[in-house]
Design a protein around this ligand. Sequence first.
Ligand code: NDP
Ligand code: GDR
Length: 320
Amino acid sequence: MKTALITGITGQDGSYLAEFLLGKDYRVVGMVRRSSVDRFERLEHMEGKIELIQGDLSDQTSLDIAVRDVKPDEIYNLAAQSFVPTSWNQPGLTGEVTGLGVTRVLEAMRKNRPQARFYQASSSEMFGKVLETPQRETTPFYPRSPYGIAKVYGHWITVNYRESYDLFCCSGILFNHESPRRGFEFVSRKVSDCVARIKAGKMEHINMGNLDARRDWGFAGDYVEAMWMMLQQDEPRDFVVSTGVSHSVRDLLDAAFSAAGMKWEDYVRIDPKLIRPAEVDTLIGDATKAERELGWTPKVSFEELMEMMVQADMKRHGVA
Ligand code: NDP
Ligand code: GDR
């Protein structure tokens, strides 16, 4: 039985990855931050099946202890301050956790478990003000937020530990991926939840930022499979994971409101406070390498994804 250690297990991807690895008969251990309240909603259905250990990406000792005690075969570093707007208000913390935190996990592995395989959650936000379209593994980075910059650091330190110490380290450059478990501040979930609230008569309008931004949106359940596939290869390499289809935020509003039989134009207001200091205007990924070398392809389309998210939130609000 293989053992996987997942940092960020309480997040969207952590919960899907834990489920996926349990299905492959792994012993799954998740690292969680100490908190005065439990925040394990996304893990409740796996209670008794996964183990939890305390640790924080800003604390080296906690990571050393976790890796030493758990003895993982695979380490998935998903923990991060992951919300882009917060990274302008908390740039220092974002650098500490999303950037330097990666070095700390790599150091814990190098010192305590060098034979383990390591996955780093890199991001399409590293491409930022894009220098090539579509974006692939060789596209240069031009990040546009403290978050994107921290991710570039995390990406290169992962490459560097592979090259310096011959460790099995991979970076997955994942484009936006969503699900009914997505955090409420991200645009897809904000919209699906607000559509359901409007349908339930609990709110009247939704305030939005830049509707022209374009993203390559996929389903989180599909994307965690690619993470695992990367660690099953003979050689460690980096991969772009995306659908190859791009939509605007306006398209997303259209898909979500239509799924509930409504027109978005009747409910949406623009709030200038939600416009970012520097925007990533348009992203579209080329996952040819992942398809060719991992055999990975996405299964859920953008339309199916938004339908799934709206249905789940309508059920939650009692209007499905
Ligand atoms: P979430 O924001 O849902 O989850 C982030 C996780 O990180 C949570 O478990 C959170 O714990 C944990 N965390 C935050 N700070 C710390 C810390 N200091 N120490 C330990 N744990 C911490 O993110 P996602 O699941 O969506 O994303 C997973 C990873 O993939 C992130 O690194 C993200 O940046 C990256 N990524 C995500 C993409 C996406 O579209 N979802 C695309 C590309 C990359 P807590 O519950 O305690 O807050
Ligand atoms: P992103 O995701 O910044 O791409 O990062 P988010 O869903 O927050 O924004 C996508 C785009 O929508 C525009 N937008 C709004 N965004 C939010 N959150 N709220 C709004 O009201 C709104 N209106 C318009 C944004 O300006 C943006 O262009 C996500 C995160 O998961 C990162 O951690 C990850 O690395 C990247 O995806 C890939």
